[in-house]
Design a protein around this ligand. Structure first.
Ligand code: FE
Ligand code: CA
Length: 502
């Protein structure tokens, strides 16, 4: 169905929540405004992307239904080639239903490669904020890519200034590498709703709704398409596969994981084909960015071998036990098969937890909630990409709430040869205000070159010959609206792995 332009133009102020304000001041019934959670795009391909919104006039309604009635609602959508919707190139109507909390996931196709578009939704004459999306470039082309990545945005720990600054960097693409929400009830700078550890589907919906109602987070979604993967806190701290952490409330973990995965799907710009099936959701996937880069997005949570073996009932295998896996065998094979296809210059592996070896003391202590806890799995993957001749591999990581940069070695003990590069983004807020003076680099880990304990994100600009990397930081998140600055920059050359000074 084609929509009449004149009525739709009301929402046509581009960008970062401004459309919402303009629309409300035009005299609409703000109490019933259905787009309180903003809009989003994701999963860019050369001919389209996914559009997302969720109707929720009351995002914090404790039943998790956002103040929506039982009935299905038709949601009109438009994609235009200009921000004022002068030329609408695609449109349609999606149906939002209560079973998926009135979320919609529209797959738009048949667009032009390598260009930006704008999109919006309408329900009952009320118009959403306008979002900016982008298609991936065509295979055979390699235009420069500005990609930002982020992780770990504990709402209670501070304000989402870093998300706002990401929007202001005008990226082509944003990756979120997990801990998009936190399940705890902890409050520090801001209060969580509900103010308890969440476990039910209603709880997870309310928590996602609270996060998504934040205008700084919305700004980042409205600025560019996102490609998302989760870590642990979207469900529960440090869970592994189907095993809950020992100190959290007992109960049926499969039911809890299913509730958390359902709410995650409902709030992310994922393809409808990725809708969960009970406690399972296919999240690892590949995205092609022309002939410049292939994004291999991993899920290092869902398929982990049981690591919660401290309760005395199971034998806990060592990190180098070949059976111990963070990816699962199927995903490991899928990753190496995809890298072996050499689809583009760069192989960018977006994933959750620290990849390179990082010893915390001279007796070899290390985090088991990282690839150091799964060294056989890591060695097979590293050897796999080496033997396939992938020489422009960059691992993109979140989780640890500090910026880190490391060379990936074929032999960490011998420090023999650099075979890849790891960039670890700090948190958006988790951990609260940082400490610029601390420095965790040490002679224990000579391949680890940089560490900074401040909040922020990582900015990359990738071309066929090099990737420029900026570690972006804000000094405080306990106070709104701090400026961002670049704390450290590196260059990575295509075909010559490792960190270099610019
Ligand atoms: Fe985190
Ligand atoms: Ca985590």
């Amino acid at each position: 169905m084609s929509l009449r332009r004149r009525t739709f133009l009301l929402g046509g102020v581009v960008g970062t929540g401004a459309g919402l304000v303009a629309f409300r001041s035009a005299g609409a019934a703000a109490a019933a405004y259905p787009f309180m959670l903003g809009v989003a795009s994701g999963e860019p391909s050369a001919d389209g992307f996914v559009l997302w919104t969720r109707l929720a006039p009351s995002p914090l309604a404790l039943d998790g239904f956002g103040g929506m009635p039982d009935n299905p609602v038709g949601v009109e959508w438009q994609v235009a080639s200009d921000q004022f919707f002068g030329t609408v190139v695609a449109s349609g109507t999606a149906t939002a239903v209560r079973a998926s909390a009135h979320s919609v996931h529209v797959t738009v196709a048949n667009l032009q490669p390598g260009r930006e578009y704008w999109y919006r939704f309408r329900v009952d004459g009320q118009i959403s904020p306008v979002g900016r999306a982008r298609t991936a470039p065509a295979v055979g082309t390699s235009p420069a890519l500005t990609m930002l990545f982020a992780s770990c945005a504990h709402f209670g720990n501070g304000y989402y200034t870093a998300y706002r600054r990401m929007a202001e960097d005008h990226p082509d693409l944003i990756l979120h590498l997990g801990d998009y929400i936190y399940e705890s009830g902890a409050a520090d700078v801001r209060a969580h709703t509900p103010a308890k550890e969440i476990t039910t589907l209603a709880d997870y919906r309310v928590r996602h709704g609270q996060y998504r109602a934040d205008v700084d987070l919305q700004a980042a979604h409205h600025a560019a398409p996102w490609v998302v993967v989760w870590d642990d806190h979207e469900v529960e701290n440090n869970y592994a596969g189907m095993v809950r952490e020992n100190d959290t409330p007992a109960g049926d973990f499969a039911t809890r994981r299913a509730a958390a995965y359902q709410a995650y799907y409902e709030h992310m710009p994922l393809r409808s084909a990725q809708a969960p099936n009970g406690p399972d959701l296919q999240l690892y996937r590949r995205l092609r960015w022309g002939s410049l880069a292939t994004f291999h997005m991993l899920d290092t949570r869902q398929y982990r071998m049981d690591q919660a073996c401290g309760d005395g009932t199971k034998v806990c295998p060592e990190a180098d036990d070949p059976a111990r896996t963070i990816t699962g065998a199927t995903q490991e094979g899928w990753l190496l098969d995809g890298m072996g296809q050499h689809l583009a210059t760069w192989d960018l592996i977006g994933q959750q937890v620290f990849f390179a070896q990082r010893l915390s003391s001279s007796d070899g202590a290390k985090s088991m909630d990282s690839w150091d806890g799964y060294t056989a799995n890591r060695t097979r993957i590293q050897n796999g990409w080496q033997s396939r001749g992938n020489t422009s591999t960059v691992v993109l990581t979140g989780d640890v709430h500090q910026h880190w940069a490391a060379n990936i070695m074929n032999n960490y003990a011998g420090q023999d040869r650099v075979i890849g590069t790891e960039l670890v983004t700090t948190s958006i807020t988790s951990g609260g205000d940082g400490n610029a003076a601390s420095d965790g680099t040490s002679s224990l880990n000579p391949h680890v070159k940089f560490n900074k304990n401040l909040r922020g994100y990582v900015r990359t600009v990738t071309t066929p010959t090099q990737m420029s990397v900026d570690f972006r930081v804000v000094d405080k998140v306990s106070v709104r609206d701090y400026p961002v600055r670049t704390e450290k920059s590196y260059v990575i050359q295509a075909g010559n792995p490792g960190l270099q000074n610019p």
